[in-house]
Each structure stands twice: as C-alpha cells, then as structure tokens.
Design a binder for this molecule. Structure first.
Ligand code: SF4
Length: 615
C-alpha cells in the first residue's frame, strides 16, 4: 500500500496512438511535496510534456489530476484539475471543475489519468476501453446523457473538436474553462472520458477526518459564505459597477449604464430562479435563472458573474435574455465565456475603428449567439476569432495589440486593473495568463490592507499571499468559496491533510508546498520559452486614464506596475527578471525527482519563445 494515505501512489498513462495503458508509480515523497490537483498535475506535466511540444501535437499530455481530499466528504472537495500546455498561452494551463467525475475517477485507484498520443478517428475512452464515438458534433451535455449509464463523463463540445483555442472540458454541467484544454482534447480526437471506479482510497484517521469535515461544513453554511448562497457571484456586478471596476466595451470604460438590468438582485425578484450546488458542496452558490430564447421559449441557465460581465457589459449588451442565452450557448458549444466575450468585445472595438471588416458591433445582443456559433464552428470571421484576441491582434497589426484584452494570450476576467491594482499585478505575473483564480489578489484590493487605486508594497505582499493560498486550495482541491469558512487556512488544512494522509503536515510545510507549486508552474513557463516581458498588461491600461464614471481619471502608471512586478519577483526570491536561479531549480529537481537539465532549459534565450508570448 502507498505509505501516504489519501493517495493511490500512481497515475495511469494512456497512449492513444500506441494503445498502451500503464500505471506509473509516484514517489510518496513527491505527493507530500506537491499535494494533489494542480500541484500534482503540474509535476506530471513537467515529466510528460516533451520540451517545446506544441499544445496540439500528439505528444502533448492531457492530465486529469485528483486530490487527497476527494471522496472524504469534506465540503466542496469533489473537484478535479485538468492540465496541459495551453493553446492560448503556450504555457502551463490548469483548469478546475467540480463533479462526481472526480470521485469516480479517483476510485479507479489512481491519482491522475494522463492521455498522450492521439486517436486515429473520433473516439471515447470508457473505463479503459478506447472505442469510436457516435457523439462527435454533439454538446458535452448530450454526450453525458448518452454515456451516463457507463460512468461519470468529462467531454468536449463542438468548439473543442474544432480546436477553438478557448474551448472547455465539461463534467456535470461544470466546466474546466480557462486556457483551451478542450481544444487539446479535441486535437487528440477524444470526445469523452468516462470513469467508474470502485477502489476505496485509504484514509489514515477516518474519525478525525469526519470530525474536521463536520466542523468545516457547519462553518461553511454560515455568514462566511452567505453572499454566495444568497445571490452567487452575480451579486458582484452592481457593486463592481458602483466602484468603477466593471469592465465595459472592451475595457474602454469601467462603468456600464445598463448594469441595473443585469443585476442578480433584480433577476432574483423578476425571474424564475433555482438554486443548486456542485457535487458534495454544502454552500450552493449555483443560481439558475429563467430567460426567453430567440424562439420565445422559456429556458434556464446557470449564472456566474464572469459570464455575465463578459457577454454583457464587455460587449455593451444590457438585454438579460440575450446575455443569458449567450451564456447557455457557450456551455452547449464548449466555449470559455470569458475568452469568448472578451475576444468578441475586442473585435467590436476593432470594427468601430475600421480595422476589422464585418466585425460584430457593441450592443448587438441579438447576434451574440450567432457569433458564438460562428466561432465554435470556425465559420467566416468566427475562424479568426476562434484563435483568441492575441492572435487576432497580431493578424491585424498596428497598435491593435495594445487594446487586445489579454496577458500571455489569456483574456482578462471581470476586474478593471486601473482600479484594482493588486489584481493588476496578479493578472500581469500570473503563469496561466490574465487570471483571477490562481492569483486571487482582488481580495487584497477589497481589504483594508491595500489601496486599490495606488498599488504599492502592501499590494505586492498581499498578492503573493493570495497566490500562495490559491495554490494550496487548488492542490487540495477545494472550492475558493470555502476559504472564508477557515479561521486559519494553513493550520486547519494541515490538520485535515494529516488526518487523511497519516503524514504530519503543519502550516509551514503547507506554505512551502504552495510556494513550490507556484515555482513549478513558473519553471514550466520558463522552460517553454516564457520571457520577463510577458509579465505585463496591455498598453491600454498603462496609457489611458479611465474616461468616465465613478473611477474617472484613475490611472495605473507603467512605472508603478513595473515596481510592483520587481517587488513581486523579489518577494518570490527570483531575480529581477522573474527567473529562478540555478540553485532553486536544482532544489526543485532534487525534491521532485525531475530532470534538472530540462528544468534549466531556457528556450527564450535560444529564440524559441513561448507560443503565446510574442507580440
Ligand atoms: S461554492 Fe459554488 S462553485 Fe464552489 S463547490 Fe459549491 S456550488 Fe460549486
């Protein structure tokens, strides 16, 4: 038995080209050092991804990584991480989804499922059998309905099949959304992965785990998470608008005159509403609202702030039915709502400037679904939009790149960087690109500890802390929304993990593990050609003050952001360029049994460049 309980001590590696299926042992020491989920998946990515591999190449791995808490009953722990090399950024991509898939997958008796190679024709992998699929062309939801009797299903939609660079992987209606891993799965012609395991995960002290889980569950149903259960994340939209942090019309404004129409508070009063939750979650932040489809039918869709911001204010659309229909269509097609909305919004601005013929127009809510279909099917201009905003900007040339709402190729989430400057730092330095989930620095901006309009050393310190906390939660894997239920995240997580694994973790060892996971992600980007200048924001945010609204005049001077980035690199112990020194890489390689030569490979200096980083 694996000496570290809570794990199975191996991952399953399936080569779709060669038809092999093998169990690869994982050193128990490695498991205690990178935990599970994102940490374990990044470690596997380092081992399995050949240096400089193209994200769509057959050799590129697609990794489903589980965690030590899956199956323990700890609230919000039924989650898994998907990892690979992002076709948007060319760097590390880790995306999370909540689902029974996590529990059924880990019960195969493994800590991760890794697919390499590619199928010769559209296929599905069902509990160890690779077979032709009849579901090519269908939505992930339809695939799941077809295959549900055989197990829990993770699948791609049409966008993944067509290699749209921001395609998602879906399970139980939740999405591993950011970074385009659905397109990596599509490039392998793998429509669905179906799992149904029966192997129990050994737990060191089941009674103690139950006790700690019950305590966390009690705290996670109280005031600490009430905002999620009452309104969900859509509750942010009106307050963000009032604070001047609601990105509008491709980040040209930070206040939307139509925000009231898109407010969750109003929808709650006026629309058919149902609350739900992910598997094994007692918080239940999921809110479904009714809307009228284009045919006048009534339908319902799960609503998130990020989807509404991206398909609403960012595209200048204030018609709730249109925004909700577009969000639902993204789910059906398998499109990341943030990247889809942001790429459309960028195209809208380019169209207004006369730089893109036939472009969509701001406020054209009635055509949103049509555009999403064109993107997912790569038809007409949709084919260019399917490449994401960075590649579209490069194809347009001129100064379009300064207005493309992306960092490292990944489109920005719904936080205006000029009025949230700790978040601006988090977006600039994020290894996944412009991302709010791996950084979480928005917390710092809304805290007493930092001035959100004037980022400084305090913002830097808090941004680093929030990134470390996120690395822990993403490796355990727990939902971010449960964090407020902990009095001391580090110590309480250590107690939980110790009871599950039988290994004596403490707050310090978990802090070290989290920092290691952050470094491991950074080291992957560096070995794949990431450059110091990739840590930046588009010029728009540094050159243009916010023109109107509650935050009129707010600026983020380039030098202020540069100083914060230098402070971040110092705080991480990296050099001024954000590189890990030789010794740090040697330590990482030794602690994790990785090849030091590959870790130290510096492709940028050889002119290779990270795929998404140029321009
Ligand atoms: S809090 Fe929301 S997102 Fe998190 S696990 Fe529960 S329902 Fe899912």
């Amino acid at each position: 038995m694996n000496p570290v309980q809570g794990f199975h001590g191996c991952y399953r590696r399936i080569d779709l080209s060669r038809g092999t299926d093998e169990l690869i042992p994982i050193d128990p020491e490695v498991l205690t050092r990178v935990l599970g989920g994102v940490g374990l998946g990044t470690w596997i990515l380092h081992r399995e991804a050949p240096l400089g591999v193209e994200p769509f190449a057959a050799e590129a791995p697609l990794i489903f990584a589980f965690s030590p808490l899956v199956g323990t009953g700890v609230t919000t722990s039924a989650k898994f991480a998907v990892l690979g090399k992002s076709p948007l950024t060319g760097g590390v991509c880790d995306a999370l989804a909540s689902s029974h898939f996590a529990i059924a997958g880990k019960a195969l008796g493994i800590d991760a499922l890794v697919f390499v190679g590619a199928c010769a024709s559209p296929s599905e992998w069902v509990n160890g059998t690779l077979r032709p699929t009849a579901s090519w062309g269908r939505s992930a939801e339809q695939v799941a309905a077809t295959l549900s009797e055989e197990g829990r299903v993770a699948a791609i939609g049409v966008a993944g099949e067509r290699r749209v660079r921001f395609a998602t992987i879906s399970a139980d209606g939740r999405h591993a959304g950011r970074g385009g891993l659905g397109a990596v799965m599509g490039a392998k012609q793998l429509k669905a992965v179906v799992v149904r395991g029966t192997v129990e995960t050994p737990v060191a002290d089941p009674e103690r785990v139950s006790e700690l889980a019950a305590d966390l569950r009690r705290r996670a149903t109280g005031a600490s998470t009430a905002k999620y259960s009452e309104l969900g994340t859509i509750g942010n939209l009106l307050s963000f608008d009032r604070l001047g942090v609601l990105p509008t019309r491709n980040f040209q404004q930070s206040h939307f005159e139509g925000a009231e129409r898109l407010a969750g508070e109003r929808w709650r009063a006026e629309r058919r509403h149902r609350r739900a939750s992910c598997a094994h979650c007692t918080i239940g932040c999921e809110h479904r609202y009714g809307y009228r489809t284009g045919d006048g039918e009534e339908a319902q869709v799960r609503v998130e702030y990020e989807s509404v911001f991206a398909l609403g204010p960012l595209c200048g659309v204030d018609d709730p039915d249109r925004v909700l229909a577009a969000s639902r269509r993204c789910d059906e097609l398998g499109l990341d709502t943030i990247s889809a909305g942001a790429t459309l919004a960028f195209a809208m601005e380019c169209g207004e400037r006369g730089e893109l013929e036939g472009a969509p127009r701001f406020g054209e809510g009635d055509r949103l679904v049509e555009w999403l279909d064109a993107i997912a099917h790569r038809e007409g201009l949709g084919d260019r939009l399917a490449e994401g905003s960075l590649r579209l900007a490069r194809s347009l040339g001129g100064d379009a790149i300064d207005r493309a709402p992306q960092v490292k190729g990944l489109e920005l989430p719904g936080y205006e960087p000029r009025t949230m400057q700790a978040m601006a730092l988090g977006l600039a330095v994020g290894t996944r690109g412009a991302d709010h989930n791996r950084s979480g620095a928005y917390e710092a901006d809304f805290s007493e500890g930092a001035d959100r309009l004037r980022g400084d050393a305090r913002s830097v310190r808090l941004a680093i802390e929030s990134e470390d906390r996120a690395a822990l939660l993403d490796s355990l894997v727990l939902c971010k929304f449960v964090r407020a239920a902990f009095d001391d995240l580090w110590a309480e997580s250590a107690a939980l993990l110790s009871a599950v694994t039988g290994v004596a973790f403490d707050a310090n060892s978990l802090r070290a593990a989290s920092r290691r996971v952050v470094e491991l992600r950074k080291a992957f980007n560096l070995r794949e050609g990431g450059r110091p200048e990739d840590d930046r924001l588009p010029r728009r945010f540094l050159d243009e003050p916010i023109p109107s609204g509650p935050a009129a005049g707010a600026t983020l001077p380039a030098e202020r952001l540069a100083e914060m980035i230098r402070g971040y690199n110092r705080g991480r112990g990296w050099d001024a360029q954000g590189r890990l020194d030789e010794r740090a890489l040697d330590d990482l390689a030794e602690a994790l049994g990785l090849d030091a030569r590959i870790l130290k490979s510096d492709r940028a200096s050889r002119g290779a460049g990270q795929a998404g980083s140029r321009g």
